[in-house]
Design a protein around this ligand. Structure first.
Ligand code: GLU
Length: 472
């Protein structure tokens, strides 16, 4: 890290190419850049790298913004769009040409292919051979007629590029290994690596945190940055996220778009917590809030090895955050999800009380909705299943239980005592009554403790449903 970047205000950026949804890897990069800036009281910038016009779409821009919005990763500047900054890049290319750090190359595609073929045959490394590169005392070929040249960056011929990577540690690449990169195509449009450098410099980015698929670009970008008079930022290259099977994370492993996790019932707070741990740690802490993350997130505990996506752990983290969430908020979320499947939580017991009862049984908001749904829908009872449970002794007991409900003061304790009294009188075990009751009241046999379910459902509904069940 250079001394001056220690003094400069921290400025990080997330620079996605809008060619698809915001996937987990992208979301993690955004999160780390955001958390690093917030931790240091700096600024976080969103830059959309849309120069690949064939593959960039407005839908993808929207998907990225939606993902960031859902995760609540707020940015201080942007979104900047590279396509709107073409003039800046062109001006910089002109400057480099002017100062002799870039040159025109008239090689045709066929010529380049021939060059590569020769290199292959001679067992040499495939690279541009510098035939149009101006050197002192070297005679350059005559520019062919009617050919629009590309612009190449005149990479230093000797020396090395070095940086102390936040994740990988010190890295040094000899300039001999780098050839002269094309920075503007024949039609004048700047290339990806060039735009990144101009932007990182003009946007005064102090820390570039990105996926390690970009690590080969870094020495080239540093050289270009030096040529345009920029100051080297600190780089941190994050290892990729692997699927549970150790392969690169892909659709095969389930949802890969971050926003899909909203539909699947995950809370943004849980996603933040989980993604933060995919490549960073704070002691043994597995469960933490956004605020704690910001407080703790520095670069000292970034992991060098690839993280593995673990859906079970994500569910566990989500279950924790659901319990931490204010009940009113959780009720709101659940209400929305109930409405979406045509159920109305106003047509039954108070949702907050229902959530208290079922929260332990759910790891996602979808599971929570399904558990809560028992209280807001008409059960569809399988008559055969119920009849099989109601053998004669059980039927007698059930009748007696139902009769006693009439005059019962409707509390969990009273319901539980009443059940036990009836069971004892009929010499039956708990499941004999509890199972058919579950079925009659909810349509299923996997429910929370039945006395609690009855207490919440309310006297009249419980009595109606038992009556209906016994009549089946
Ligand atoms: N636009 C690049 C990508 O989406 C990121 C470039 C960078 O972070 O430097 O992979």
């Amino acid at each position: 890290m250079s001394t001056s970047s220690q003094i400069r205000t921290v400025r990080t950026r997330f620079a996605p190419s809008p060619t698809g949804y915001l996937h987990l890897g992208g979301a993690r990069t955004a999160l780390y850049s955001w958390a690093f800036a917030r931790h240091h009281g700096g600024q976080f910038i969103l830059r959309i790298e849309d120069t690949d016009v064939e593959r960039s779409t407005p839908e993808a821009v929207q998907a990225i913004m939606d993902g960031m919005h859902w995760l609540n990763l707020d940015y201080d500047e942007g979104p900047f769009f590279q396509m709107q900054r073409m003039d800046r890049y062109k001006a910089m290319i002109a400057k480099l040409l002017d100062q002799g750090d870039a040159y025109l190359c008239y090689c045709s595609t066929a010529e380049l292919e021939q060059m590569r073929e020769q290199q292959r045959q001679q067992g040499l490394r495939i690279r541009y051979d510098g035939r149009w590169r101006p050197e002192a005392g070297k005679a350059l070929p005559t520019p062919p007629e009617g050919v629009n040249p590309v612009v190449r960056f005149k990479n230093p011929a000797s020396g090395a590029v070095q940086w102390d990577d936040l994740v990988k540690g010190p890295i040094s690449i000899n300039n001999e290994e780098l050839d002269d990169l094309i920075i503007a195509r024949a039609d004048g449009t700047p290339t990806y690596n060039f735009c990144v450098v101009v932007d990182d410099w003009e946007m005064q980015i102090t820390h570039v945190i990105r996926g390690d698929d970009h690590i080969n670009n870094t020495p080239r970008q540093i050289n270009i940055l030096r040529a345009i008079g920029g100051e080297q930022p600190v780089y941190g290259h994050l290892p990729m996220i692997l699927g549970p099977d150790g392969e690169k994370l892909s659709k095969r492993h389930g949802a890969v778009s971050v926003i899909q996790y909203d539909e699947l019932g995950f809370l943004p707070e849980a996603m933040i917590n989980y993604l933060a741990r995919l490549g960073w740690s704070h002691g043994d802490d597995e469960l933490f809030s956004r605020e704690q993350l910001v407080q703790w997130f520095d670069s000292s505990s970034l992991s060098k090895s690839a993280a593995q996506f673990d859906p079970e752990k994500l569910s566990w983290v989500n279950a924790h955050h659901m319990k931490q969430t204010d009940r009113a908020l959780l009720a709101n979320e659940t209400q929305k999800r109930l409405n979406a499947i045509g159920l109305d939580s106003n047509a039954g017991p108070a949702l907050a009380a229902v959530l208290d009862l079922v929260i332990e049984r759910a790891a996602t908001l979808v599971q929570l909705r399904d558990e809560a749904a028992l209280f807001y829908r008409e059960p569809s009872v399988n008559a055969d299943e119920l009849r099989a449970m109601l053998d004669e002794p059980t039927r007698l007991a059930m009748n007696e239980f139902a009769q006693g409900l009439n005059s019962l003061d409707w509390t969990v304790d009273n319901l539980s005592t009443h059940m036990k009294t009836v069971l004892k009188a009929h010499n039956l075990k708990m499941p004999k009554l509890a199972m058919p009751l579950r079925l009659m009241l909810t349509g299923i046999t996997q429910t929370p403790s039945i006395d609690k379910v009855m207490a919440l459902m309310g006297q009249s509904i419980v009595m109606q449903r038992i009556e209906a069940g016994l009549a089946l």
